[in-house]
Design a protein around this ligand. Structure first.
Ligand SMILES: [Zn+2]
Length: 367
């Protein structure tokens, strides 16, 4: 079993979707810098993500779309036929290389876990990407390409678990009706992309759990223990891909969910025990402090480091130096700690009903 690896790249540092886009903020560099400063990331654990080749990207995307994406990077011109150059999917100087690098990281993660082990690719998790166009800040669907690579290695049962605040519509397109890939998504109800309803099982390949605004840690625990873990136990996956988007935490501006980042840590810990191979990616996360903290906690958990109650000053300095156009400076807690206090709460009728509905259905009980 290989040691866990952390996959990063220079291209995440300094590249941006533009000053007015939610992804104007640094994310992977914050995590990399925090982990290095805390002594949690050695040179042997760090891998530089390669940039995936166009032929590899065509394992999901159409040749015309990949050509359009390369053309957009070269010309910096919008291409409405492929939804390139919209408010959500702007054209920027790294618009091809950055997502192709995230995809290369996923393929490297798959190679790393071939014989068993753990890989972390915080730049990945672009779960909205569609075969022939950009969608929801995603140009290349890294999870789909990574899972298809795992399948090409001869692994037969793959579980995809997605705790991002948004439904994984692009992944659902790829694996609708699949016998080999099972998808579980917990996401905010009545929010873009408005797919992933409770009764949508993607042709038997998915469990969708839409949750109401105010979704809390108590409800997350219940779904993890009563839905996600039993489904994984029934499937007995050869590999698990966890899309660990950080936009379901309270501080995130793009959801109304109110989780603490302890949920991300709990998911990582629980899923690690459910399969011999685990790939964890990033995903959404649009508050520079909360996303950096959550994904640093994820690596600490994967690599076996204890998270301190209070950050040493040199690590706190990294959080202090972040700037955000949307809001003033955050609370002291966000600047001096990594792990949130628990955010428990009542169990809503919607969550109770969703769990009861899923338990009453087949929900992979047959394995
Ligand atoms: Zn999201």
């Amino acid at each position: 079993m290989n040691d866990p690896i952390f996959i990063g790249a220079r291209i995440y540092r300094g590249s941006s979707y533009g000053p007015r886009h939610p992804l104007s903020i640094p994310r992977v560099p914050t995590v990399t810098d925090l982990c290095r400063t805390l002594g949690w990331l050695t040179d042997t654990q760090y891998r530089t993500s390669p940039c995936a080749k166009p032929s590899a990207l065509m394992n999901f995307h159409t040749p015309a779309y990949i050509a359009a994406l390369q053309r957009a990077e070269a010309t910096l011109q919008a291409d409405p036929a492929f939804d390139l150059g919209t408010l959500s999917n702007p054209v920027f100087p790294e618009v091809y290389r950055r997502p192709a690098t995230a995809a290369g990281g996923g393929l490297l993660a798959a190679e790393h876990v071939r014989a068993g082990g753990v890989a972390y690719n915080p730049g990945g998790g672009t779960h909205h990407g569609l075969p022939d166009r950009a969608n929801g800040f995603c140009y290349i669907n890294e999870p789909v390409l990574t899972i298809r690579h795992l399948l090409s290695m001869g692994l037969n049962r793959i579980a995809y678990v997605d705790i991002d605040a948004h439904h994984c519509d692009g992944v659902a397109v790829a694996f609708h009706g699949s016998e080999q890939v099972r998808m579980i998504s917990v996401h905010e109800d009545k929010r873009w992309p408005f797919t992933g309803a409770l009764d949508d099982d993607a042709g038997g390949a998915a469990i969708n759990i839409p949750v109401p605004r105010g979704f809390n840690d108590t409800e997350f625990d219940l779904i993890l223990n009563d839905v996600i873990l039993p489904a994984l136990a029934a499937q007995k996956p050869d590999a698990i891909y966890l899309q660990c988007g950080a936009d379901a935490v309270t501080e995130d501006p793009l959801s109304r969910l109110t989780l603490s980042n302890r949920c991300h840590v709990k998911a990582v810990t629980a899923l690690r025990a459910m399969a011999p191979r685990l790939i964890v990616s990033g995903g959404g996360g649009y508050n520079p402090w909360s996303v950096g903290r959550a994904w640093t906690c994820v690596w600490a958990t994967l690599a076996g480091h204890e998270i301190p109650d209070r950050l040493p000053q040199n690590a706190a300095d990294i959080l202090q130096a972040l700037r955000w156009s949307r809001k003033a400076q955050p609370s002291d807690v966000l600047l001096t700690t990594l792990l949130d206090d628990p955010r428990p709460g009542p169990i809503s009728e919607q969550v109770r009903a969703a769990i009861a509905h899923l338990k009453s259905g087949s929900a992979w009980q047959a394995g």
